[in-house]
Design a binder for this molecule. Structure first.
Ligand SMILES: Cc1ncc(COP(=O)(O)O)c(C=O)c1O
Length: 344
């Protein structure tokens, strides 16, 4: 209401396709402060979420010549499907407890790599400092582009989040983020920070994709940022999600002791490795029969890996967590798994 009241009628035409100046300025300040990004307002583009950022980028890069894409293995199924819908078949690069294996990446000959360095999706690991340095050195030496999907960096519970990669190497990194985790995916509002030489082509692609992101949403977000409302909201929900994550992890450890919660305390999902040999899809189906939706990690992999689930807890209040974990333990049992007892 405040944003609309303050807006003159003239503001309700098409905005700058790269984003409203006040929002780009607020975002540049915010990303510098909370993510250690290196961007002025001119480097920030307002987009309709990370997915649109990726779509536009694929188009812009295709026009520059053939590309070879690499993704983390496992990676977000949405990202994988989006790339494939654009005719891109990426090569998978293994992820271990320190994040992306950069030596393996270098061996692929990739020209573009998509990474989730602050909190790898789905495994939940953080790209270790030595790997960050290696990744940036690889990008600089090979001239490759690193696409940083900063999808849930607002939510780190055990310490301050690591700064973004873009701040360390603005010439080699495209940084993408959105409000999908912090407010709601329905908003379709996000941001991109691009190396200078790519920005003009990206803006051109954005203009002819949709003539710009919704102005009313942009005015509202600028108002939330400038008035401190966004920071307050993040502080409030961070505490809520932290309690949910802790409660979920504790309940899983006691109800399913033979499973392993991996990754750092962050984000809105938890990566649960199932005992070897458990049929992941059977657990998912048995959970669904109990009205419990859990994501199998199998479809997120480009090469085989241990059975595992991604458990989203963003919309699950603490009072329902214990019951959800009971149902999951039943599902693991009924699928012939051994999570409850520890027998393999
Ligand atoms: C890792 C990852 N990246 C990107 C997205 C899509 O983000 P957006 O809603 O900003 O398009 C998702 C959605 O869940 C995700 O999990």
């Amino acid at each position: 209401r405040r944003a609309l009241t303050a807006a003159q009628h003239g503001r309700l035409g098409y905005g700058d396709p790269a984003g409203l100046p006040e929002l780009r300025a607020e975002l540049a300040g915010h990303l510098g402060r909370v993510r250690a990004a290196a961007a002025g307002p001119g480097e920030v583009t307002v987009i309709a979420g990370v997915a649109q950022g990726l779509s536009l980028l694929v188009r812009v890069l295709a026009a520059r010549g053939p590309q070879r894409y690499a993704v983390e293995d496992p990676c977000s199924p949405g990202t994988l499907a989006l790339l494939r819908a654009h005719g891109v078949e990426p090569v998978g690069v293994p992820v271990d407890r320190d994040g992306l294996d950069v030596a393996a990446l270098a061996a692929t000959g990739a020209t573009v790599v998509l990474v989730t360095p602050a909190h790898q999706y789905p495994t939940g690991v953080v790209l270790a400092p030595a790997r960050r340095a290696e990744l940036i050195a690889w990008a600089r030496e090979s001239g490759a582009l690193v696409v940083e999907d900063d999808y849930d960096a607002e939510f780190r519970y055990d310490r301050e989040p690591v700064g973004c990669l873009q701040g360390l190497a603005p010439d080699s990194v495209v940084h993408l983020g959105s409000l999908s985790k912090s407010l709601a995916p329905a908003l379709r509002l996000g941001w991109a920070v691009l190396p200078g030489p790519l920005a003009a082509d990206f803006h051109h692609a954005k203009r002819y994709a949709d003539l710009g992101t919704g102005v009313i949403e942009q005015l509202t977000f600028a108002e939330l940022l400038s008035g401190g409302g966004y920071d307050r909201h993040l502080r409030t929900v961070r505490a809520v999600y932290r309690r949910r994550r802790d409660a979920l992890a504790d309940a899983l450890r006691s109800a399913l002791p033979a499973t392993e919660v991996r990754g750092v305390a962050a984000g809105l999902h938890l990566y649960l490795e199932l005992p070897p040999g458990t049929a992941e899809e059977a657990v998912v189906a048995a959970a669904l029969e109990r009205d419990l939706r859990v994501e199998p990690v199998g479809p997120m992999r480009l090469s085989p890996g241990p059975p595992a689930l991604a458990l989203g807890f963003g919309v699950l209040p603490e009072r329902r967590l214990a019951r959800a974990v009971e149902l999951l333990a039943e599902a693991v049992d009924s699928a012939g798994g051994t999570g409850r007892t520890g027998r393999v």
